[in-house]
Every structure is written in C-alpha cells, then in structure tokens.
Design a binder for this molecule. Sequence first.
Ligand code: PLP
Length: 373
Amino acid sequence: MRETTRIIRSTLTEAKPGEPLHAGPVFAAPYHAPGDPAGIPYTYARSHNPTWTELEKVIGQMESGEGSSASAIVFSSGMAACAAVFGAVLRPGDVAVLPANAYYAARVLMQDYFVKMGITLRTAPTANNAQVAQLEGAKLLWIESPSNPTMEVADIALLAEAAHREGALVAVDNTTPTPMGQRPLALGADFSVASDTKAMTGHSDLLLGHVAVRDPELRAKLDQWRTLTGAVLGPMEAWLALRSIATLPLRLERACQNAQRIAEFLSTRREVSAVLYPGLPQHPGHAVAKKQMRYFGPVVSFILRDKAAAETFLSKAQLITDATSFGGITTTAERRARWGGDAIPEGFIRLSAGCEDIADLLEDIAQALEAAQ
Ligand code: PLP
C-alpha cells in the first residue's frame, strides 16, 4: 500500500459491524483497575489513554521507514517533546551539541535550565554540517533540518554517522517537514522529535508534540518522563489530531507545491533581497535536502529591505494572516525579528504556505510587495 493510502486508512477503527469508522475520544482519569495492575493496560490517565494509543500507532507507522519499525510517544506540545528527550538522555557532566540557530525555545530551555544543572552545551550552525566539529565526547547531538526560521539544511545521515562514532545519541527536530516530508529514523537518527502543532495537524487549533524511536529502552524512558512530569495531552486533542492527520497527505502536498511556487516567484522580485527555501536549486542546502526530503515543507523565509518594508508587506497582504507559528491550512506570515532571539535582519519574514489557490496567493503577494518597495 502506498503512503498516502496508508496514512488515510491508518486512522480507521477495525471493521466491526455497528462500530463507528473513527472511535471517539476516551475521557477518563482513573480506569476500572481491580487487584494487581500489572496486566491492565489503562489504570490512570497520566500514564496512558486509549486515544493516545491510537494516535501513537498512526504516528509510529508514519515514522517507520522501509524495514525499520518506529514507535511514537505523544506529548502535550512540541516543547514537551523536546524537554522529554533532553530529560531522558542528559545527566550532569554530559555534553549536548545543539544547532546555534535551533528553534529559540529549545535553545533557551537548554541554556537556562539544563546547563545550570551541569550539562555542557556546544553549538554550531546547521549549515555546512558544522556540528560535526563539536562532537568529541558528546552524549546528545540535536539537529534541526530545515532549521526554523532560517531554513538551513544539514545532512542528517552524515551527522548521525559521525555522532554514533563518538557514542552520542542523535535527535532531529523534524517539525517543518513532518514525517511525511522527511524520516529522520530511516536516516540514522535515534529520536525523531516534532511539534505536531504545525503541519502535522495543520488547523491552527491544537498544541501537540511527539517523539519517535526504534529502541524500546529509549521509549520506556520517554514514557516514564511523560508520566512523571505530566506532560500529557487531553483526549480531545488526541482525537482532533487523528482527524487532522487523515488529511495530511492532501494538505502537505498542496502546501509544499504552493511554497515552491511562492519561493520561485519571490526570487524574481527586486524588493526581495534573499529567499530561503530548500526547494530552490540555488539554496546552498538544496542537494542535501533533495537527497533526504520527500517534500521541502511549507515554510519559506525571505528578506525585505527593513522593518518598515516588512510591516507594510504584512499589512497590505489580504490573503496572508499575520500570525506566528506555521504549517496551517491558511497562509500565514510574520516579521520574525519582532520576537528577538534569532540572528536575523529586521526585514526577515517567515511565511507558511497554506492550501489556497496559488494564483490568488501570487497576485496578493505581488501587490503587497509593490506597496512595500
Ligand atoms: N520545534 C520547532 C522547530 C518549532 O518551530 C516549534 C514551535 O514553533 C517547537 C519545536 C515547539 O513546539 P510547540 O509550540 O508545539 O511547543
């Protein structure tokens, strides 16, 4: 069965006469659990919930490559998933190697908490696989490719091999492409981590994260971390995610096609000084991205002259919702430097292509650029 069919059909219940095609969310705190709890799958909902189990099956299957079987564990947000990997792996004295341009909150969490608890942090840019030079004696290599928001690309297979030679575990933040766009475990990573708040669920209405692994011992550590920290999602969110993932193949394909067309269009415009999209042949990471990604993702970053030009562009665009986050069915964009924390110019815009008609989007972008020149 091909991937699109498999993803869509994976959210169905077993075909039993009279049963709904999709099971509803299971709302529970304690479950009936008399006597010895050892053989009872559900006892208390901070540990496990049947709606999570369904969602984990679907995501686990998406993360599995040819011949490699992955298992997923879901969390209340992408940051809860990042924190779970840091917490499950790192102990005082360990070295963690992060991209210098990693997602801002992951960097702050590492710097302000884990470093203060005795972890040594080394950073290097995502581009040109610069993290390779930092690996000696490391316990964890954290990769983000493409990186948010600068869309740099690293060679995951090459970095994973180098890290494993040093005895380090490898985690990839795979948020921008989703496991349909890129499968880190098949490329050699030990953890595939994502904020499923973004394209994976794609409707801008829920927070969700997951970590996928092949090793049952790593899974057990993450599972224990989730139960002890209570980084759990509600059953309603898990159920909404199952509904949303069934349309991922349609949404991702359209959003990535739109992103490619927008990136190509922006590259022809004199108002735009740079376009950062791995699907463009002139992007420095294009060859690697082409090798390891099946879709280049919905996020296109580009640079306008200055803050005023970026603000004018955003206020004049009628079909681009000015909002943070990305991966939704609606096209959104923001002037990213308004948050601080990333080494980017004031005129830097991170745009997330939605699923609208591309002709409408290009017309709208053209008129907003003209207003911003
Ligand atoms: N990783 C990346 C690359 C992200 O872009 C984000 C959120 O923007 C996160 C992790 C954190 O995800 P969440 O907001 O679901 O906690």
